[in-house]
Design a protein around this ligand. Sequence first.
Ligand code: 0PR
Length: 365
Amino acid sequence: MRETGCTEEDLLSFLADTQAKDTPYDRILSSMCTRPHPLAVRVHTMFMDTNLGDPGLFQGTASLEQRLVKVLGMLLHCREAGGYATSGGTESNIQALRIARKLRKVTNPNIIIPASAHFSFEKACDMLCLEARDIPLDDHYRADIDRVERLIDQQTICMVGIAGSTEYGVVDPLEEMAAIADSHGIFFHVDAAFGGLVLPFIDGAPPFDFAIEGVSSISVDPHKMGMSTIPVGCFLVRDPAALGLLNIPTPYLTVKQGYTLSGTRSGGAVAGALAVLEYFGREGMKALVSGCMRNTRRLIDGMETFGYPVVVQPQVNVATFRCPAAPAGWHVSWTRHGHMRIVCMPHVHRDTIEAFLKDIGDICA
Ligand code: 0PR
């Protein structure tokens, strides 16, 4: 550390120069995050000094968190769901597995999980000493329902399904999976970190949430399609009492026990997330999602015109292509199977898609 501090002017100039090295969102086609809504930024600033880790001190902000849980619980068809604002899908997925582990005490616990699952589950299994049993995928990159049952045994504590997979944007056969989990009395967690704020706004989308009877818990992230600031996810459980399984004593805080994984947590992004959802309402979210889905379809049409077929028809705004290389200056990502992957987030406007397609066309020419 410097002995004497530098001037604010020098510091801000250094920070601005450094920030200029970041890739601007206009060129990012690989991210599930996006530029936050201006309202989220404003509200985040308003609440940035609050600490939800000690909710008795910030009762107003804590009530906003509970309101966020209520809004998302109702959207996902469980008015009575319990939950809290996490740092994102990773924390929510870890918490789901912690609950499942406490519900069924066995000596060598395993979980049944689609091979397409997000890598956060690998972290969770490592931390919780769980064996992960992969469900092979079908031709549509979804969990192959015919291969689920045989993976289950007496040591299985949880099954996971994905609503809007990270790489291919597809939804697992969740109703069938839930029925199997239910028939074995197994906790069933749906990772809707991405799809949870997309699927409710698409007409004809498959059921994925608490409307399916066997669904025990859900991860849904406002910091993805909810246009909030980072970090805010939400972990929801059908039975609020399940959260109590995670309680540990917090003797010197304003509340005497807590179930969250993180300790200190800013209320900034949480209040911002709620603000965006209230400001948009279902209509606004539907308009946002429709735009992203329209752009996804335009991208697919355009890519196919150039002879780069879509790998699988996505159910959310994530498209994958059999295409060997991206034009210079664009950030796409590549799936573990070597397919080009583009996420049509709100910052990826129609103009952006057209500019990308033009550059792809120039490569072809
Ligand atoms: N579950 C699913 C289905 C996800 O897609 C992700 C993240 C998670 C859980 C974990 O969420 P958190 O990262 O909030 O803990 N999916 C993206 C991914 O890993 C996250 C991301 C976002 C990656 C922006 C890169 C990026 O630039 O691909």
